[in-house]
Write a protein that binds this ligand. Structure first.
Ligand code: PLP
Length: 405
């Protein structure tokens, strides 16, 4: 297990105060800021006179005081020099890829990623002459073989959505470095639990819509990376975040700032409950996949990557073999047992369940789904942290027995 402690890093240097010493930061909603001396405008505009350099904020698509507080917390949590917040996870991913790749470039992508990211690589980026090869990211030989002279990026999710395949980040970082490519890791499933930048990733992207926010009431994303890369994203002439403009609202940033301090507690609790439920399903002989189970093929690797004490996360899958059975199980879990909600997304404080093949992986063709090991009856559960755990276990046991899995 890793010894990096993201929780300590978030509070190490400071808790940032609001105006008048408020224990909560202030929400600074101004889209533009007053330049007190007109002669300083050119330097402020060029970024040569930032607030830290005695200048002032300029315009909130560029930098905003409240959003910047969140960015600093995220960089501290991640152990990166810098971070930038975006309006969604997808904008964090697409701006990162468009910053790193140009026409003619090549990406090696894990074959097991969120359907929207898969569509970006398979359908949208080729329109810009950027092409991806999808590989089993756990197969080092296949990854090595996929490199070309034009490969600029290796892209993976820490725990692949939805099959929970674990990426060996240190090994991938070494491979990427050898080929002068950047390793980009989507760590949406495992914030604070795993710190990809500490394991060698060059860029860490998040959908903060999920666990980081934890309340399923907003959409946001983040890119955590070196200061140099974040400045590139914000460059006045070519910055993909600056010019494509997926700006996060300061009110949204404020909400996330207020929930970030209990993210570590939530992640431990998601993991504690998911493990108990997974162990119970395993004892019943159900086809459950959870990285915390000793029987999980990549259990040892997962353990090595995880920061000590955070558990194995809130995501688990249950293969019901057919879509029909998965849907029957979900209906019982939601409508008879009150176990959780049938909804896409994840990281909510209540349990969310969806059948991946027909929802968040439906952008991926049937044949590719088979290749990545995604069964049509795979039920993905984002295990919540509400209610009595004993009762939750009873509910899922009854539901599984009713369906006859
Ligand atoms: N990355 C992963 C792993 C996801 O599951 C999702 C959405 O489900 C995204 C990125 C996209 O995030 P957003 O909906 O915030 O754009």
């Amino acid at each position: 297990m890793q010894s990096f402690n993201p929780e300590q890093m978030m509070v190490k240097d400071r808790r940032e105060f609001g105006e008048h010493g408020g224990v909560a930061p202030s929400i600074s909603r101004s889209s533009t800021f007053t330049v007190m001396e007109s002669g300083t405008m050119p330097e402020i505009f060029q970024g040569a006179l930032s607030p830290e350099q005695g200048g002032c904020f300029l315009y909130s698509r560029h930098f905003n005081p409240t959003v910047d507080v969140l960015s600093r917390y995220l960089a501290a949590m991640e152990g990166t020099e810098s971070a930038v917040c975006t309006a969604s996870g997808m904008s964090a991913i697409s701006c990162t890829l468009l910053q790193l790749c140009h026409s003619g470039d090549h990406i090696i992508a894990s074959d097991t990623i969120y359907g929207g990211s898969h569509a970006l690589f398979a359908d949208l980026l080729p329109e810009m002459n950027i092409h991806a090869t999808f590989v089993d990211i756990t197969d080092a030989v296949a990854v090595e073989a996929a490199f070309t002279e034009k490969t600029r990026v290796v892209y993976t999710e820490t725990f692949g959505n939805p099959t929970l395949k674990v990426a060996d980040i240190p090994a991938l970082a070494a491979l990427a470095q050898r080929h002068r490519a950047s390793l980009v890791v989507d760590n949406t499933f495992s914030p604070v639990m795993i710190s990809p930048a500490k394991l060698g990733a060059d860029v860490v992207v998040y959908s903060m819509t999920k666990f980081i926010n934890g309340a399923s009431d907003l959409i946001a994303g983040a890119v955590c990376a070196s200061r140099d890369f974040v400045l590139k994203l914000m460059d006045l002439h070519t910055g993909r975040v600056m010019l494509l403009g997926p700006t996060v609202d300061p009110r949204v940033a404020f909400d996330i700032i207020q929930r970030l301090p209990h993210l570590p507690i939530r992640m431990r609790e998601h993991g504690r409950r998911a493990l108990v439920i997974a162990e119970q399903l395993d004892r019943m002989g159900a086809a459950v996949t959870y990285p915390g189970l000793a029987s999980y093929p990549q259990h040892v690797l997962a353990k090595q990557l995880i920061n000590a004490g955070y558990g194995f996360g809130g995501m688990l899958t249950l293969d019901c073999a057919t879509r029909d059975l998965a849907e029957r199980l979900m209906d019982i879990l939601q409508n008879e047992e009150n176990f959780g909600y049938i909804a896409v997304s994840l990281g909510y404080f209540d349990t969310l369940m969806s059948c991946s093949s027909t929802s968040t992986s439906s952008e991926i063709s049937e044949s590719e789904q088979v290749q990545m090991g995604l069964s049509p009856g795979l039920l993905r559960l984002s295990v919540g942290i509400t209610g009595s755990l004993d009762e939750r276990v009873d509910q899922i046991v009854r539901a599984v027995n009713k369906v006859g899995l």
